[in-house]
Design a protein. Structure first.
Length: 575
């Protein structure tokens, strides 16, 4: 992965905004032309002051007022269209980064910090948008003025302009020196804020556990340490900017004083007229604002470059599980699943699944049991291609799952996890998750099969009740039944159940178990079992140990072996 990027990477996002940019440029050109007109009018005004013609002066001041009005109109045109272009760039970039993250594999999200990703998608993308806006809105117009106005000033008097050009390289070198350091400090500051955001995400997600362990002071201290690091990084950035601003201001003041001194000397020697000098000073005054904008913008560009780097770092991460170029949609399946000599490792040389072969017939219910870390969940996660095995094949109805489109494969595999994830929205939207349009009758039918219709109907707004964050206003059993309804509505031929009743009370467990039995009818089912009471009626039970299937058979057959499964069973039911 590259560790450094630059603003050239934004060009594909800027190019589609060419029409808004052209309209904005019309505003910029009009603004600069009006600015040059003010310089010319200032010279004319100085001449009229010598004549004492009050009427002519009043007329000229009226023209100056009109020019200022026209200049303001052009500035509004520039601001409106350049802002629209910049905001659209940020919008498209954010949308693409989010879409790209959706394609990344589970292995990436298992190590990435949620807070850091959120910060990059929000604050960093906003910073990039602000920088683009500054380029269009401030930097380009100011730079154009810094080119056009000095040309006019050279035409008026090259000797005075030479004095400015002597100071300009010093200003440029100073801005560049400060900018490079600001970029480094800004990147460090943004990384610290991302770390702080990650802590907040962890804490708010686990607040119940924190309070249960009376760990509030521990978390306060941890947050304080990270907040102090963030403060120090941000303070270093602001301190450097605070040093730069007065130095740049001092050099600007020296430049103005130098112009006044040389101008007075030229007037005294009859090499410059007073009206020309006033026109020249007007140009110098009009340069102060764009010089300040360019200086400040350069600092912001350097700070923004850190955000560009952080955003494009995400886009440079390549997913490892992707569709083949010639992948085809998977047609509706019967549900036969076959593993052929499958091996998988998260880290090279540390296999989690080791040369497993298995044939699951259509409609067969298979339980996966074994101690924690034996490979049960990984084995099941290979089927919807959350990961790809390093060796072997997995086939559904005789078709290698790597030869079909991921979307078409996963739409035919239903998953009911141990801990149900609820999303913001209504209960109906959670049941029909992933469907932009759905039939409410089908949603209700799925809820009835999942034993969820009764409790949903008793809620204030029924199926239109808005679910609280992560479903905290629902019980564990209610969330599990909604997850089952979600799977019912999908109507998959293959199911993966991750012990959906392990954390429920007896009444909820009975309702969920009944719903699961309805859901399992006629489907190929893999049950990741932690409680052996739920697997006794499975067609086959597979015992995993160190990434291998060491026992296989029905509940009665495995008990008769008096080996590993019998030992697990005895341990759970010894009382």
């Amino acid at each position: 992965m590259k560790t450094r990027s630059n603003y050239w990477q934004l060009i594909p996002y800027i190019r589609p905004q060419w029409l808004n940019i052209v309209k904005g440029f019309i505003g910029i050109i009009g603004y600069v032309v009006a600015t040059l007109a003010l310089m010319t009018l200032a010279k004319r005004l100085a001449t009229l002051f010598d004549s004492g013609n009050v009427v002519a002066i009043a007329q000229l001041l009226g023209i100056v007022t009109a020019v200022f009005l026209v200049r303001g109109v052009f500035q509004s045109v520039q601001d409106i269209y350049m802002a629209k272009a910049a905001l659209r760039v940020a919008f498209n970039l954010r949308k693409q980064v989010y879409a790209h993250l959706q394609k990344l594999n589970l292995s990436y999200f298992e190590t990435a910090k949620a807070g850091d990703l959120s910060y990059r998608l929000t604050e960093d993308v906003d910073r990039v948008g602000e920088v683009v806006h500054k380029v269009f809105h401030d930097f380009i117009p100011s730079s154009l003025q810094l080119v056009v106005i000095p040309i006019y000033m050279i035409w008026l008097n090259w000797k005075l302009t030479l004095a400015i050009l002597i100071v300009a390289p010093v200003m440029g070198a100073l801005i560049g020196w400060f900018g490079e350091r600001l970029q480094k400090l800004s990147r460090r500051s943004q990384n610290r804020i991302s770390d702080l955001s990650a802590i907040l995400t962890e804490v708010f997600g686990g607040i119940r556990l924190i309070q249960a362990f009376a760990a509030e002071n521990y978390e306060i201290n941890r947050f304080s340490r990270e907040a102090e690091r963030s403060f120090q990084a941000k303070y270093s950035t602001e301190r450097l900017k605070a040093i730069q601003i007065p130095i740049a201001g001092f050099l600007e003041a020296v430049s103005v004083l130098l112009i006044v001194f040389i101008g007075a000397w030229l007037i005294a020697n009859n090499n410059l007229t007073v009206p020309d000098f006033i026109s020249y000073l007007t140009g110098g005054a009009l340069l102060i604002d764009p010089i300040g904008h360019v200086t400040n913008n350069f600092n912001e560009f350097k700070q923004g470059e850190a955000s560009v780097d952080r955003v494009f770092e995400l886009l440079e991460i390549e997913p490892t599980v992707v569709d083949k170029p010639d992948a085809i949609p998977l047609p509706p399946v019967d549900g036969k699943v076959e593993y052929r000599h499958v091996s998988f490792a998260y880290k090279p040389g540390e296999p989690v699944i080791n040369d497993i072969s298995l044939l699951a017939k259509s409609g067969e219910a298979i339980a996966l049991v074994g101690s924690s870390g034996a490979g049960k969940t990984t084995f099941a996660n290979l089927l919807p291609r959350f990961y790809d095995p390093q060796q072997g094949q997995i086939l559904v109805d005789g078709v290698d799952i790597r030869d079909v489109l991921l979307h078409s494969l996963r739409r035919q595999i239903g998953i009911v996890p141990q801990e149900t994830i609820m999303f913001s929205g209504t209960i109906a939207e959670n049941i029909a998750f992933g469907q932009t349009e759905f039939d409410m009758k089908a949603v209700e039918s799925a809820a009835k099969i999942a034993n969820a219709h009764r409790f949903i109907s008793q809620l204030p707004d029924g199926y239109y009740t808005v679910v609280g964050e992560r479903g905290v206003n629902l019980s564990g059993g209610q969330r599990q039944r909604i997850a089952i309804a979600r799977a019912v509505l999908l109507n998959p031929r293959i199911l993966i159940l991750d012990e959906a009743t392990s954390a429920l009370d007896s009444e909820s467990e009975a309702l969920v178990q009944e719903a699961l039995e309805r859901l399992m009818e006629g489907r190929t089912v893999f049950i990741i079992a932690h409680r052996l009471s739920t697997v006794r009626r499975c067609d086959r039970i597979l015992v995993f140990e160190k990434g291998k299937i060491v026992e296989s058979g029905t509940h009665e057959e495995l008990l008769a072996l008096e080996c590993r499964y019998a030992k697990f069973y005895a341990q759970q039911f010894s009382s």
